[in-house]
Design a protein around this ligand. Structure first.
Ligand code: ARG
Length: 458
């Protein structure tokens, strides 16, 4: 560098860049509501504990509420050079009420403050998601009862296996979502711990009333170790893990919807507004919404892996790495809530082609197990019956016949125990016979739908 002026210029440019590197404002401003609420309760507690005066508390509260409305009306001036949401709000408070603003940060560090904000946001997010999951379940139940007599082939290995009710298939997803809700609720319990009052890492030299703060902010527990409280983000991992599993379930359903809309399956039609045309092939109605939902599962998994990786090497306690918890979390919240919105909107408009479902269920050899059971009832050991029906199936397949097209004489070639009543083995009789708890019989499925609605009410 030839002269001092040039050198200063380079240093300035560098520090601008480095400044940008540490800025989190563009994403953590989403925490403004939580940050302000936390500050209001903190200031109130400081006043209750006679750490700050009543007039000081009042001007802090008034200032904070004004800032909140400035943010909400869009007139707040965001200053990235102040790095994050916490410093933006605090600095604006200074502009508004002068040096009293400095008292707000008494007995608090950004380390316990940011953990508080995140915990509050995660809890809010979980409540939103649980409500959406319930709406999703309701839509599944509605669809199940709308098509409660539609029979489809059930698959294993993506090979037709046994007939099942379409409703039974949908109710499988109802169960998955029930478990997803449980996971989110458990994640919420572990998130529901107040970190504020931990300070930077070691606790605080003031007589704080943490119970008051917990109560006012709706926390049911208070953190028991200040070092853990400021460095822990496993509540984010819990959340991302629950979100990943939930997305995996939605992705499986997406995959099925996509398969079912193919000409080969022709089992369902998606509502037109949830499909898109092709720019080149005029006949196409692509299931893009389901596909994008399936695709978005990847980013939620990615966010989980990121967070696990961010935390794995961190020494106690707060490290700036932790700032990286936010984007993945917000992204997962946005992804999951938007996907759920799509599904709750899309599923009610699905048209199910019962006729095609039936043809498909009657094709193939989905009644093979029922025929084996038919022989079992007549005294044949199951393994032997299995062998007989296996040969019968080969015969049917070679001769391009369905079971109902095989003559009694032909049946008797395989076992003399076959009688006229073999033709009473139908997809309906197969469904009706599977009346064990959790089975696909009409009766069980009706009951499951009823229980499902009851669970949602409860
Ligand atoms: N933006 C920071 C974060 O998200 C806030 C906490 C900063 N604390 C600190 N000691 N620099 O983690």
């Amino acid at each position: 560098m030839s002269n001092k002026k040039d050198r200063n210029e380079v240093i300035k440019q560098l520090s601008d860049k480095v400044g940008d590197f540490t800025v989190s404002l563009h994403y953590d401003r989403r925490l403004y509501k939580q940050d302000i609420k936390g500050s209001i309760v903190h200031a109130s507690m400081l006043c209750n504990q006679k750490i700050i005066t009543l007039p000081d508390r009042d001007s802090i509260l008034t200032g904070l509420l004004e800032i909140e409305s400035e943010i909400e009306t869009g007139i707040f001036t965001w200053r990235p050079e102040l790095e994050d949401i916490h410093m933006n709000i605090e600095s604006r408070l200074h502009e508004k009420i002068g040096s009293v603003a400095g008292k707000l940060h008494t007995a608090r560090s950004r380390n316990d403050q940011v953990s508080l904000d995140m915990r509050m946001y995660v809890k809010d997010s979980i409540n939103i998601i649980i409500e959406q999951l319930t709406a999703f379940q309701r839509v599944l139940l509605n669809l199940a009862s709308q098509y409660d007599d539609v029979i489809i082939p059930g698959y294993t290995h993506l090979q037709k296996a046994q007939p099942v009710l379409f409703a039974h298939h949908l109710l499988a997803y109802f169960e998955m979502i029930t478990r997803d809700k449980t996971r989110f609720k458990e994640a919420c319990q572990r998130t529901d711990v107040l970190p504020l009052g931990s300070g930077a890492l070691a606790g605080l030299p003031y007589d704080l009333d943490r119970s008051y703060v917990a109560r006012e902010l709706g926390f049911s527990q208070i953190s028991e170790n200040s070092m853990d409280a400021v460095s822990d983000r496993d509540f984010v991992i819990d959340y991302l893990s629950a979100a990943s599993i939930c997305m995996m379930h939605i992705s499986r359903l997406s995959e099925e919807l996509i398969l079912w809309t193919t000409e080969e399956f022709s089992l369902i039609k998606l509502p037109a507004e949830y499909t898109t045309g092709s720019s080149i092939m005029p006949q196409k109605r692509n299931p893009d919404f389901a596909e994008i939902s399936r695709g978005k599962t990847g980013r939620v998994y990615g966010n989980l892996i990121s967070m696990l990786t961010i935390l794995k090497g961190l020494p106690m306690t707060y490290n700036r790495d932790l700032q990286e918890d936010k984007e993945g979390f917000f992204d997962s919240h946005d992804t999951l809530t938007s996907v759920l919105e799509v599904f709750v909107g899309m599923l009610p408009g699905i048209y199910v082609n019962s006729e095609k479902a039936r043809q498909s269920a009657e094709g193939g050899m989905v009644l093979a197990t029922d025929l084996a059971d038919y022989l079992v009832i007549k005294g044949v050991p199951f393994r032997e019956a299995h062998g007989i029906i296996s040969e019968l199936s080969d015969f049917a397949s070679i001769n391009h016949k369905t079971f109902s097209e095989i003559s009694l004489k032909e049946y008797r070639g395989f076992s003399m125990l076959f009688d006229e009543d073999v033709y009473e083995v139908t997809v309906e009789s197969s469904i009706s016979s599977r009346n064990t708890v959790g089975g696909t019989s009409f009766k069980m499925v009706q009951q499951a739908i009823k229980t499902g609605y009851r669970k949602l009410e409860g």
